[in-house]
Design a protein around this ligand. Structure first.
Ligand SMILES: Nc1nc2c(c(=O)[nH]1)N[C@H]1C(S)=C(S)[C@@H](COP(=O)(O)OP(=O)(O)OC[C@H]3O[C@@H](n4cnc5c(N)ncnc54)[C@H](O)[C@@H]3O)O[C@H]1N2
Ligand code: MOO
Length: 406
């Protein structure tokens, strides 16, 4: 892989930290180079993926000549003699209409051979077994293949699999789709972390596990598993080496404390570090690394993202490394981009060497700082639509880039 490893530049006193913009760029490049494996997924699991190939109609749409209205299928000029009833889903084998004949028919039912039109109940009058009314030739019948011909290409490779795409694929006879949808495992570390109930003395509720599924699906990937681990080296090593996802996200253990083993375990696994620390606040101890596919192809490569344990720092780091990485893996646009640049109002403090990400709301063409966005608090992000990115040394004038929040 050709992504440059950590560049050793010194930012904000964090030895080796990468600038915020360069860190995002490296994550995007690593995602593009790695790509996402193509997987054949049942329709129920393909939502959010990107089509790996063109989608073709396995059957025409409609697949058979069917009534578009409840009423009477008729042949020839009226009045018509009623010769039967045809409900949707009931085989129509052998039934055919001659001129002057009609069958009572339900919406969606296959029309008998010879049908020339359907006369809706509202336009029909039935007297002593004869149907009268004005039937316009060809009306109210969905003719086989008139919308989509069998074999036709309906969607191009690269299309995002939305709910409508899933419904369309089912209509066209597909049970599964070939998609790029990177898989993600999340490892939440910390002896003090609890996953439910009121946190007692010294205990902290996991705030990152609950926020990551939405971030991951927003970026076009699927979170397969969230595991909660203690602080031990062995547990982390076991979890990192046995995770079978394309991307493994570790929450916590990113700093320099005695229980912060992420770098040690990745080093022992022979991982190559692409970003080790980012010159931004919050979120500076984040990390991006990869283990490549072994030469014998016995296992797939894995990408690793380390998020700081402080929850707002973890969200900032998700938008810095995880979202660009995942969206690039399946060739989608980065969903956090595109809001543009705005003037910023409110109490904010820039730093000389670090980018600062500040929770903001958009009001009347300006980004308003909402506050409550210290590293440990998600209150600001929960009130906000975006982070404003204050470049290092920002002098408080001009417009700042906004990064959309999921
Ligand atoms: N000597 C240094 N200490 C620290 C530095 C540093 O540069 N030098 N950086 C600080 C910064 S900044 C951050 S951010 C944290 C990152 O720490 P870790 O990623 O190792 O995470 P922990 O130490 O386990 O936890 C930090 C903090 O966050 C709470 N936490 C952890 N996980 C969760 C979770 N899933 N949900 C909610 N809260 C969580 C944890 O209880 C701690 O309060 O390191 C600083 N230290
Ligand atoms: O930068 Mo830490 O990542 O302050 O919270």
């Amino acid at each position: 892989m050709d992504i440059p490893v950590t560049d050793g530049s010194v930012c904000g006193g964090h030895q080796g930290a990468t600038s915020w913009a360069r860190a995002r760029e490296r994550a995007r490049l690593l995602g593009e180079e790695s790509g996402s494996p193509v997987r054949e997924l049942p329709l129920g699991r393909a939502l959010g993926g990107v089509l790996a190939g063109d989608l073709r109609a396995l059957v025409g749409l409609p697949a058979f000549d069917a009534s578009a209205m409840d009423g009477f299928a008729v042949a020839g000029p009226g009045p018509w003699g009623l010769v039967g009833t045809q409900l949707a889903g009931v085989p129509v084998a052998g039934l055919s209409l001659g001129a002057g004949e009609a069958v009572e028919i339900a919406t969606g039912a296959r029309v008998p051979k010879g049908t020339e039109a359907v006369l809706p109940y509202e336009l029909a009058e039935v007297v002593e077994g004869r149907v009268r009314g004005e039937a316009l030739p060809g009306r109210h019948v969905r003719w086989s293949g008139e919308e989509t011909a069998p074999g036709e290409t309906v969607l191009a490779a690269g299309t995002e699999v939305t709910p409508a795409v899933l419904g369309l694929a089912a209509s066209l006879g597909h049970d599964a789709l070939s998609v790029r949808l990177p898989t993600v495992t999340v490892l939440v570390t910390g002896d003090e972390i609890a996953t439910n109930g009121l946190p007692g003395e010294g205990v902290v509720r996991d705030a990152i596990g609950p926020l990551l599924p939405g971030v991951v699906s927003w970026a076009g990937a699927r979170l397969e598993r969230v595991r909660t681990l203690g602080d031990g080296y062995e547990d982390l090593a076991e979890a990192l080496t046995t995770a079978r996802s394309d991307v493994v996200v570790v929450c916590g253990s990113s700093s320099k404390g005695p229980a912060d083993h992420l770098r040690g375990v990745l080093g022992a696994m022979g991982a190559r570090t692409v970003v080790d620390g980012v010159a931004c606040r919050p979120g500076h101890p984040q990390l991006l690394a990869h283990v490549d596919v072994p030469a014998d192809g016995s296992a797939g490569g894995t990408l690793f993202v380390g998020l700081p344990g402080n929850p707002n720092a973890a969200l900032v780091a998700s938008l810095t490394l995880l979202v660009p990485l995942l969206s690039a893996m399946s060739g989608r646009p980065d969903p956090s981009l595109g809001l543009g640049r705005f003037p910023l109002v409110g109490q904010v403090r820039a730093r000389p060497d670090d980018a600062c990400l500040v929770a903001v709301r958009l009001r009347e063409g300006r980004a308003e700082a909402v506050g409550h966005d210290r590293p440990g608090s998600l209150r600001g992000a929960a009130l906000a639509e975006a982070y404003a990115v204050l470049p290092p040394g920002w002098d408080g004038t001009g417009e700042v880039e906004l990064l959309r929040l999921p």
